[in-house]
Design a protein around this ligand. Sequence first.
Ligand SMILES: Cc1cc2nc3c(=O)[nH]c(=O)nc-3n(C[C@H](O)[C@H](O)[C@H](O)COP(=O)(O)OP(=O)(O)OC[C@H]3O[C@@H](n4cnc5c(N)ncnc54)[C@H](O)[C@@H]3O)c2cc1C
Length: 447
Amino acid sequence: MTSILWFRRDLRLGDLPSLHAAAADGPVLALFVLDDLLRKPSGAPRLAYLYRSLRALDTDLRQVGGRLVVRRGDPVSVVPRLARETSASSVHVSADFGPYGRRRDDAVDDALGAVPLVRTGSPYAVRPGRIVKRDGTPFSVFSPFYRAWCEHGWPAAAGSIAAQTEWVTDVPDTGVPNDPALPPELELPAAGEAAALARWREYRDDRLAGYADRRNRPDQDGTSRMSVYLKYGNIHPRTLLASLGPADDAFRRELAWREFYASVLFHFPGSAREYFRPELERMTYSPSASESFEKWKEGRTGYPIVDAGMRQLRRQAWVHNRVRMIVASFLVKDLHIDWRAGARHFMQHLVDGDLASNNHGWQWVAGSGTDPAPFFRIFNPVTQGTKFDPNGDYVRRFVPELRGVEGPMVHTPWDLPDGVPEGYPERMVDHATERRRALADYEAVRL
Ligand SMILES: Cc1cc2nc3c(=O)[nH]c(=O)nc-3n(C[C@H](O)[C@H](O)[C@H](O)COP(=O)(O)OP(=O)(O)OC[C@H]3O[C@@H](n4cnc5c(N)ncnc54)[C@H](O)[C@@H]3O)c2cc1C
């Protein structure tokens, strides 16, 4: 009896508990469903990465005698139809804990009737919902969550059985679509499990030891860039955690933020779209359909570190964490635009765009989330720039108009003897003035 292994955010063959469960039931048919509901809000970078990842998975499967069957449509009808076509006895998945994924899986489970939908493993070291306070209520502050998460621990890697698995291959499918049109300057990371493992090994051996010191420096290649691989499950966080020693606590904490936000989303599904602190929704926001929003998106605000970040987003579909915070703060507190507009823009352009990490990251900066930065701590784009990009190398890498400006002066081009270099915009707002306005707006709604 065929057992279907339905891939979603677990595009790998190694350390995949759902493959172990599927193979125990019989020959395995590897399936991916192109679900328009998920494809439509994804921008071109994420779609291209997904398709490349699917092609890599298909290649890996072919090396062990299998292949990836790709079908298109609503999983609630596609999965049961394939189960009927192949007389499958079970359908296996890694559990999804997002609001849409949970609803979809419950509906597929119902539609499958007597064929069970078996959920084994998840994209997290500890499945969302498992870590709660002693009284059973969810954590909404990171540090105690982190302590409880470390105490709980996580299982060891499941090992790889792909080469010993009997695969089902004689099933028609639509194939992986071609990549969408991409801007010529876009640099995407290599996709798939082998690329994820190669990147992790290289980072672990060469740079992990310097993470705590360099993680806030966008001018240095000091972070792992594993976010896209974790997003698509090309690698499981267990693999990363297994390499960490006691000295790597800073890195473990960052991985735990991903788990914390997934847990918050699990317990408070509305938190991805709604203000967790509703009083902040009453602040006076400027319309997002505006020239200001366009200038921010294009990286033409006149504040070099903000512009470098927004241009990195266009060029690499990824932005350094420190700079994500700076550009987000600028949108919310200098331009007074609702964080949700910025979060949507990020989700369209980021290759690692993840509802829980992105939208809660935005709420953190906006001061409206579960465990936010205090609203009054407003990022100053000049001091942030000079502190974290001290020689200005990051700005010069992404803002060609400023390449002729040497050293940290690049963060204050308006102070240059000849003024702002040709082609680079003047500051669109005065930070000190907008900071005062943001604080006054906040005082007016604060409870
Ligand atoms: C406004 C805003 C939006 C964000 N949007 C996303 C998003 O869509 N997808 C996403 O994966 N991360 C998001 N983050 C978190 C963080 O910026 C990225 O995970 C990180 O920059 C990815 O680069 P890296 O893999 O080199 O990180 P590293 O510093 O090497 O960290 C290792 C891993 O830990 C996790 N991690 C690190 N920092 C965070 C964090 N603050 N929150 C949650 N997980 C974290 C990621 O999985 C990351 O790959 C956002 C942060 C902010 C402030």
